[in-house]
Design a protein around this ligand. Structure first.
Ligand code: ADP
Ligand code: MG
Ligand code: ZN
Length: 655
């Protein structure tokens, strides 16, 4: 099966080839290195160690017999063996001297000296060996040999990859692949469904193209851009296309390439990469999967590798801080991750990766664009409806779409069709889903409808409660991390002090999703699991920490946070079982009250709920203004008495 993310495009394939070539070279090197070192060890044993031990060993009994027969000429008694010479009369009677060695009894033979004395044998004792000498010879020498060989081989490889020898034979050389501006063939025309991200990147391009002008206008010069999104949404593609648009050099590397066994190597590579980039400026440095080095320091304990990662991260931070984004050598650093939550906060601080661009799975319009891009070189049947194809693939990432189009072309080729039909594409979808281990999912119509009502419920309750934060965007495009849709709320200001009514409103909004399902379908689904968790957590905080329950009063019931094995755990041993029961009851009451309230609000505005959900089903993503429109344009039959007041505060909140 085709690997996701290798669509039939020339530039991508070249790239892929380069990577594969690199990987293969490293693999071959590893194997030949292993074989050679084993060979060297074996030869060493065979030629050096073995002859020393094995010359002419005879059994101790034979030695004793020779001694008794008077055939021993002389011996040297060592700690571990006895070596010496025997007199073996040749047939013609002249004596011949034959060397021998033998291993004495472990405890030593106390009578040996006496017998030697009696037999008049010359004997001497071996000087005890210098304890370091033997060790050096037997263990360190082969190691040193291997080490030397390793350095030579590695040094050669390093110099083969880049100009000259850097560091210690190139170990500290950056492995980033430099792509010259003229070799970058992708531009924003090759990226579909990422209009928002592209708009945000315009500033970077402006800066790279005309840094002087940019500085003159007093623009704040950007340094780092972090692209955040699920796998296959085109983060790498977007970074490269940005370099293509600006016509600057592009240094591509991945976080994992900085994570090495030896402390300091990663840091050296970071330094080297930035040095190269500055030489090639204007340039974009792209670090893919930055979470490999940028993981939060401290906190969760990890085995090994921590020092190294920390040093690498520190070096990266220093480089970002250090390079003045001066107009003469503009370098922009871009990075991508699909796990922003594990990144070290230091990376996200202002002046570093202060610009974060979220890229999600494409919505319907985006999918149409992406399918068009990837069908440029595919012969589609005349009646191939791209829009319908896009409808069938809700939840697919850009890479999944590219892959599906490729599979469709292959399928069509297999049954020797003249062009790719929608049927081929449908079959291809199934293959992609099967191949991607549930990473991408396509929801069936019923699921989509449920999610549409669920999200509409969140959004409407947020608009209807007095303290709801304004909704900025609703979407039913499945997210990679489990969420089937989302409602984004934009706080109008940072809040440090929240009133009890505001907190209650928040709970109502969280439960608005499930409430909508009940109001519309008279049944509930598992889609509210996360909502319920958050609502319960908030209610518990209100009861145990904020003192917001009349029954329990302004007393803190939350257990103490204890540090245990690097995690914080709560110690509840101070709270009596009876009190715990009351707490649970109060939490339940708070949550249930708000759930009822959300249901009532939605029941009173059911026409608006229907309108909004239908809009969502059609468009997949709508902006917050649509929520207000739906409320204004739909008649509200059973308006509660205090609704006028609510509408007023709603306007306040959004204004
Ligand atoms: P990411 O880095 O986010 O994991 P990539 O940029 O590696 O994803 O995407 C893999 C491939 O999928 C790209 O090379 C491209 O062919 C295709 N692709 C992904 N997103 C898009 C998009 N928005 N528009 C066009 N093609 C895309
Ligand atoms: Mg990528
Ligand atoms: Zn929800």
């Amino acid at each position: 099966m085709n690997e996701p993310g290798s669509p039939p495009r020339k530039d991508n394939r070249d790239d892929e080839k380069k990577r594969q070539e690199k990987g293969r070279r490293q693999f071959r090197f590893g194997i030949s290195y292993l074989i050679t070192s084993l060979l060297v060890l074996w030869l060493f044993q065979l030629l050096v160690v073995a002859p020393l031990n094995r010359s002419t060993e005879i059994p101790y009994s034979e030695f004793m017999k020779n001694l008794a027969d008077g055939r021993i000429a002389e011996v040297t008694i060592g700690e571990r063996d006895i070596i010496g010479e025997t007199k073996n009369p040749k047939p013609d009677g002249s004596p011949a001297v034959v060397p021998f060695d033998t291993v004495p009894a472990p405890a030593g033979d106390s009578k040996l000296i006496e017998e030697l004395q009696n037999a008049k044998v010359t004997y001497r004792f071996e000087r005890p060996p210098n304890p370091i000498g033997g060790f050096l010879l037997e263990y360190l020498m082969p190691l040193a040999l291997l080490g030397g060989f390793w350095y030579l081989a590695y040094g050669r490889m390093g110099s083969g990859a880049g100009p000259g020898l850097g560091g210690i034979f190139g170990v500290g050389k950056s492995k980033a692949i430099e792509v010259k501006p003229e070799d970058i063939t992708v531009t924003y025309k090759d990226v579909g469904g990422a209009d928002e991200a592209i708009a945000e990147l315009q500033e970077i391009i402006q800066f790279l193209k005309a840094p002087d002008q940019f500085a003159q206008l007093g623009g704040h010069i950007p340094k780092g851009v972090l692209l955040v999104g699920p796998p296959g949404t085109g983060k790498t593609l977007l970074a490269k296309a940005t370099a293509g648009e600006a016509q600057v050099a592009f240094f591509e590397t991945s976080g994992a390439e900085f994570v090495e066994m030896f402390v300091g190597v990663g840091a050296a590579r970071v330094r080297d990469m930035f040095e190269q980039a500055r030489k090639a400026a204007p340039a974009i440095v792209f670090i893919d999967e930055i979470d490999a080095i940028g993981q939060s320091r401290g906190g969760v304990m990890r085995l090994g590798g921590n020092d190294e990662r920390e040093q690498t991260l520190n070096q990266l931070l220093a480089e970002i801080d250090g390079f003045k984004t001066d107009a003469s050598a503009p370098v922009i650093i871009m990075a991508a991750t699909n796990r922003p939550e594990v990144l070290d906060p230091a990376l996200l601080r202002a002046g570093r990766f202060d610009r974060q661009i979220a890229i999600g799975n494409p919505d319907l319009v985006g999918r149409v664009q992406i399918l068009r891009i990837h069908s440029k070189n595919v012969k589609l049947a005349a009646d191939f409806d791209v829009e319908r194809a896009a409808r069938m693939t809700a939840g697919f990432s850009g890479a999944d779409l590219a892959n599906a189009m490729n599979e469709a072309a292959l399928l069509a080729a297999r049954h020797k069709a003249a062009a790719v039909t929608l049927n081929d594409f449908e079959a291809a979808i199934e293959r992609v889903i099967a191949g991607s281990e549930k990473r991408s999912r396509v929801m069936n119509e019923q699921e989509r409808t449920t999610v549409a009502y669920h999200e509409s419920g969140h959004a409407l309750v947020a608009e209807l409660v007095p303290y709801g934060e304004p909704v900025s965007k609703i979407s039913i495009v499945p997210h990679s991390r489990g969420a089937l849709g989302y409602t984004m709320q934009m706080p109008t200001e940072d809040r440090y002090l929240l009133k009890i009514d505001e907190l209650k409103d928040r709970i109502a909004v969280m439960l608005g999703g499930r409430a909508a399902e009940v109001v519309e379908f008279r049944t509930i689904s598992t889609g509210a699991t996360d909502d319920i968790m958050r609502a319960t957590e908030l209610a518990r905080h209100m009861v145990t920490e904020f003192g917001m329950s009349d029954k329990l009063g302004s007393v803190r019931y939350a257990g103490q946070q204890l540090q245990y094995l690097g995690r914080s755990v709560e110690d509840n041993s101070q709270i009596s079982p009876e009190t715990r029961q009351v707490i649970d009851g109060e939490v339940q009451r708070l949550v249930t009250e708000q759930y009822k309230r959300a249901q009532e609000l939605l029941a009173a505005h059911q026409p608006a709920l229907k309108t909004l959900a239908q809009r969502l089903l059609k468009q997949e993503t709508v902006s917050g203004s649509v929520v207000k429109e739906a409320l204004e344009n739909s008649p509200s039959p059973g308006l509660p008495a205090d609704c006028a007041h609510m509408e007023e505060s709603r306007e306040e909140a959004s204004g």
